[in-house]
Design a protein around this ligand. Structure first.
Ligand code: WQD
Length: 341
């Protein structure tokens, strides 16, 4: 029997990482999780075993520990790495920039050192549409200018530049940069999903908590934007589609070797109120809301031109807003306290 291709998932116990773990197993890969559980729950590991029907190779540790990472790369004969590990709360990054620089930038430095030392130079990086700042127009293509409006976005932008510098220094590096738009939803089993600690910053988990009765109402941050209904428009992408994009990214790098940077979105924007109404339809529950002033740092519209991912990776999103809401609701309603349920 041919040996399975081993892939290291840094931050693999997190929201996107756990869903990508399942997709990689189902695509015939052998993923290995490295996570320090600073922003994830070890309880996810048992859920992953239930979904995949096999033990979950995992190690507790920080990606900045280059010695540990190099040992894992060699022990598991890792062929490619997907780097998810990083803090991602915009507001927190403004309040605690050093925490974000140390963790997000220090983590990337340690990982690159370890990969170089182990001779593993195939990397998929979890970047974000936040590197586009406040786009001059929509839909957004990958050649749009980059800027940052907060330290979190700054770390994503600097990490992208680190990868470019590594490739210039040594063309043996093969890098896939995935710029996520707005990940939402959950695995259809309802066993894994988004599990924010404390009040959710993001729209979909907050709407889900209102629908389940955990929060009294949603605050809609501004209804005076230049959008069809005045509320913010975003490109929501189902986490299952996002997971498949990672499988396609690893396959493309290992088979073709050409590096790439692609948007990972649906190419369709939905407003806050469209999401609220879709969630009410999916859950059968009311989602009361109140309009409040805009949230600082928010942009009116942000959605992708997703054509490049299709042409380079052969990947296109297929889920709908209805399935995003239905799967988010199944996760929320069957796990009222997330993995602590
Ligand atoms: C979506 C829309 C809000 C909450 C951020 C990061 C991005 C990525 C995804 C990490 C906006 C509105 C929200 C609420 C609301 N994170 N909203 N009430 O800001 O587009 O992107 O999360 O990778 O990098 O920037 O996502 O879900 O916070 O907001 O009205 O309680 O919902 O104003 O229009 P955002 P979001």
């Amino acid at each position: 029997m041919t040996e399975k291709t081993s892939v290291l998932l840094t931050g693999g116990a997190g929201y996107i990482g756990s869903h990508t773990y399942v997709a990689l197993v189902q695509a015939g890969y052998q993923p290995v999780i490295l996570d320090d559980f600073s922003n994830s729950d070890p309880a996810v590991l048992a859920r992953l075993q239930r979904i995949t029907g096999q033990p979950v190779p995992h190690h507790r540790g920080n990606v900045a520990d280059a010695g540990l990472v190099q040992a894992l790369l060699e022990q598991h004969k890792i062929q490619a790495v997907i780097h998810f590990a990083g803090f991602k709360a915009v507001g927190e990054s403004v309040a605690q920039p050093l925490k974000y620089f140390e963790n997000n930038l220090g983590g990337m430095v340690g990982l690159l050192q370890a990969m170089d030392a182990a001779g593993c130079r195939t990397l998929v990086f979890s970047s974000s549409a936040t590197v586009y700042g406040d786009p001059a127009s929509v839909p957004i293509t990958e050649d749009f200018p980059r800027s940052h409006t907060n330290p979190y976005g700054q770390t994503k932008l600097v990490c992208e530049d680190m990868l470019t510098a590594m490739r210039v220094a040594n063309p043996a590096w093969h890098m896939g940069v995935l710029r996520y738009f707005n990940p939402v939803g959950a695995h259809p089993s309802g066993l894994i999903g988004e599990d924010p600690a404390g009040p959710p910053n993001n729209l979909m988990p907050y709407v889900a908590q209102v629908a389940v009765g955990k929060r009294p109402f949603l605050q809609v941050f501004g209804n005076d934007y230049a959008t069809p209904d005045g509320t913010g428009v975003r490109d929501y992408i189902h986490v299952q589609d996002l997971a498949q994009a990672h499988v396609a990214a690893v396959q493309t790098l290992l088979q073709k070797g050409e590096s790439f940077t692609v948007n990972v979105g649906t190419g369709r924007g939905y407003s806050v109120l469209e999401v609220v109404h879709a969630f009410e339809q999916a859950s059968g529950k009311p989602v009361p809301y109140q309009f409040v002033p805009r949230r600082s740092g928010d942009v009116a519209q942000c959605y992708a031109n997703a054509a490049l991912a299709q042409s380079l990776l052969g990947w296109t999103a297929s889920e709908t807003l209805a399935s995003m809401c239905a799967d988010a609701w199944r996760w929320q309603s069957s796990n009222p306290d997330g993995y602590r349920s």
